[in-house]
Design a protein around this ligand. Structure first.
Ligand code: PXG
Length: 439
């Protein structure tokens, strides 16, 4: 690390082995487009769009200037019983990108908050319709829905359950996850095996009774638990079963939203329409924290029948629709549209997939998965040391000037959508060389 006066003691870093990091820090000091600059002056290629969020690449002038302008005009204004124009503009822009019939936007400040908001909207929706026994949620094993108690409960990450399982939401059950190396290893795009796993929802409905179930929540593509594209037909089956039983379907698109799939949302890519979409990250190109729940008209309308002077949704955050975040969102979504970024990025989905699947014969590679602008290389875990091999790969790649994400023993790539072929060659060139050196 370059600055000997920087005191590392006080920042308790999130989702980090603090002692390990602080013994050998990886410090980023600036960024532009596809690259970070590290504090020792190296250019580091961003293979994961920060944390799956900097979809248009770093420090885009149009977004930065909109933020500065907003700060000079209106730093903060409440959105409880007050309003400011930028929040309405941002909601209109988000709705314009959303699937047909999803015209209402509730703002939060992160993906976790958007998930908890969506779960509460689902509960309140059924109650507003006189269906107040519908309180249970169905999530999925290996789901990640952020870190709030609601999101942790519907999520399906064993370590979360080990540590926090004593205090999860009580009325939650889980679908099985769809990851199966024996049946579907090295699938390109959506695996052909596995759509029958969605039928497990019928089993859960029989067990709990539809009259008790509020919503099903899934990531259309599970991201942070290892990049798991949905099997062919899987999401369609979930939608059909939810429709049959009056259950809301929530897509958590915190990662898959805003162009990661080459469409505004994965809902459009898969042509499956949920009732609620959770989003965050790419909504502001990650410049300013913001999350949102996009709500289908029939859900919103259910809230509009009470007395006009009574609050329709008893929920919100001080910073819901914060002026600076809203300005960042408007500028970001304008930039995505004016540059045709989502559409142009599609041309490289196949190139990314080819490059990823080109790693197949390398040592310890047990699966490769891809969809949209996402790819993952799964490594065999070292005996008794899960995650160690991928961690070592991540560190070595960073030293070589490529930043990747790891989850368990999976290396995940989700570059900014401005990525070019040469960047993809560079990323996988280094990944290949590093995998050859790892024991
Ligand atoms: N839902 C999904 C699907 C996510 O991927 C969240 C909710 C929570 O968002 P916030 O903004 O509260 O963090 C996420 C976040 C990784 C990684 O390395 C993934 C996320 C966050 C940080 C790291 O895979 N996803």
């Amino acid at each position: 690390m370059n600055d000997p006066h920087l005191n590392l003691e006080h920042f308790w870093m999130p989702f980090t082995a603090n002692r390990q990091f602080k013994a050998k820090p990886r410090m980023l000091v600036s960024a532009k487009d596809m690259h970070y600059t590290s504090d020792d002056g190296r250019q580091v290629l961003d293979g994961c769009a920060g944390l799956w969020c900097v979809n248009a690449g770093h420090n885009r002038a149009e977004i930065i200037s909109a933020i500065k302008q907003q700060l000079d005009t209106l730093d903060f204004a409440p959105t409880f019983q007050m309003g400011h124009p930028m929040a309405f503009r941002a909601a209109e822009k988000v709705a314009s990108l959303a699937p047909a019939g999803m015209n209402h936007v509730f703002f939060a400040n992160s993906g976790s908050e958007s998930v908890d908001s969506a779960l509460k909207i689902a509960l309140a929706y059924h109650r507003a319709r006189g269906d107040g026994t519908r309180t249970k949620f169905i999530g999925r094993e290996r789901g990640y829905h952020g870190v709030g108690f609601g999101g942790t409960s519907v999520g399906g990450i064993p370590l979360n359950r080990k540590i926090f399982g004593g205090q999860m939401l009580p009325g939650v059950d889980h679908l099985p996850h769809t990851h199966n190396i024996r049946e579907a290893a090295f699938s390109r795009g959506q695996p052909k095996w596995g759509s029958h796993l969605a039928e497990d929802l019928e089993r859960l409905v029989s067990l709990h009774d539809a009259s008790n179930i509020a919503a099903v929540i899934v990531e259309p593509v599970a991201g942070s638990t290892g990049v798991l594209p949905p099997p062919v037909g899987y999401l369609e089956t979930l939608r059909a079963i939810c429709d049959k039983h009056g259950i809301l379907l929530i897509f958590d698109e915190v990662i898959s939203g805003f162009g990661r799939m080459g469409t505004p949302f994965a809902a459009q890519y898969f042509n499956v329409s949920p009732d609620l979409i959770c989003c965050a990250k790419g909504i502001t190109n990650a410049t300013i924290p913001m999350g949102a729940v996009i709500v289908k008209d029939h859900v919103f309308d259910a809230f509009m029948h009470g007395p006009e002077n009574v609050i329709d949704l008893f929920h919100g955050y001080t910073y819901s629709g914060h002026p600076v975040a809203a300005a960042a969102a408007v500028a970001t979504l304008d930039l995505y549209q004016s540059t045709g970024l989502f559409e142009s990025s599609r041309a490289l989905h196949g190139y990314l997939a080819d490059a990823a699947h080109g790693m197949r014969e390398l040592p310890n590679v047990i699966d490769i998965r891809n969809i949209g602008m996402i790819a993952a290389v799964e490594l065999k875990a070292r005996d008794g040391k899960p995650g160690a091999r991928a961690y070592e790969a991540m560190v070595k790649l960073f030293e070589r000037g490529v930043m990747v994400r790891i989850t368990g023993d999976t290396i995940a790539l989700s570059p900014p959508l401005i990525v070019q072929k040469a960047h993809i060659d560079e990323m996988f060139g280094h990944i290949g060389e590093v995998l050859r050196t790892l024991d």
